[in-house]
Design a protein around this ligand. Sequence first.
Ligand SMILES: Nc1ncnc2c1ncn2[C@@H]1O[C@H](COP(=O)(O)OP(=O)(O)O)[C@@H](O)[C@H]1O
Ligand SMILES: [Mg+2]
Length: 319
Amino acid sequence: MDGAANGENTREAASGRGRGRSSALGPRGRGLFGRLLEGLRAPPAPRQEATSIAIASGKGGTGKSFLATSLAVLLHRAERKTVLVDCDFGLACDHLLLGVKPTLTLQQLLAGQCTLEQVLMSSPCGPRLLPGASGVRRMATPTDKDLTAFARELGHLAQQEEAMILDLGAGIAPATVLTMLGADWIVLVTQPEIAALVDAYAVIKCIAQIKRDVRFLVVVNRVATPGRGEQAFQRLTEVAGRNVGVELQYLGEIPDDDSVMQHRLGQLPLVVTEPEAPTSQALRGLSERLIQICGGVRRRTVDGDAGIQERFRQHRLFL
Ligand SMILES: Nc1ncnc2c1ncn2[C@@H]1O[C@H](COP(=O)(O)OP(=O)(O)O)[C@@H](O)[C@H]1O
Ligand SMILES: [Mg+2]
């Protein structure tokens, strides 16, 4: 489905229809007094929220977007109401992998120019997509105000879904770290070679310094020889355990597969076009283990001060 077919995801929607709705920041934002009052108010009531899973990596190009889009499709097929959020600020590409053409993105949403419902797109394979902006330099370094709006929109979205996949940019930029800290689970995508493992460890160390009870699941992508993924994981888990006392869980490996590279832009994901290929089978195995490990990847009740929006707010104090 393209942007026009989606109906809501259009520039016209950004031209004013969305302004002034409850999800927008409002024309002048909240004043200092308003923010102080907000800090003092009673925590919101317990509510139902999606299980949120951040897809992260140290090194760039490890296959996060490939994994994130595949998992979103597979979770949808496993009957979880799923949304994929493209959090690669400034270099978003999930819309290409899901075969949709957005007109509105996170950029207009965070600027208060449209509503969440207007920017969300349905995709031909099932999961909804909150598209990110691509090639927009301003979005690469989101401001404090952007991050506040981002957390609020994720909070709204989490209340509508069962599974929320957050596809991150590589590395440890502040917005990326904050999103990892805000998510329920972090899937760390690495490759078997040492440079990727060293960078993966750097992410683990960085997050563990802020959040001791962090839950990392590890995927080793582009594995040339079956079993090498688990060997790479053993090296990583040994170093992480010894140096920062963090336990990692192995989610599995994905083969290095030319057909992933050759997939044309706009084509549907491999798990849809070639469901029986070894890579698709490996991805299905990962998705099933993810469901098992992450409590079924369901909506669950969270205390008022423990939702994703509040976790963002709490961790912002440390960044
Ligand atoms: N298992 C794989 N086998 C072969 N190529 C892969 C595999 N996974 C990802 N790629 C390729 O690696 C490149 C980077 O993947 P991408 O998902 O965009 O990484 P990231 O989001 O981490 O930057 C893409 O060209 C993609 O097609
Ligand atoms: Mg990516």
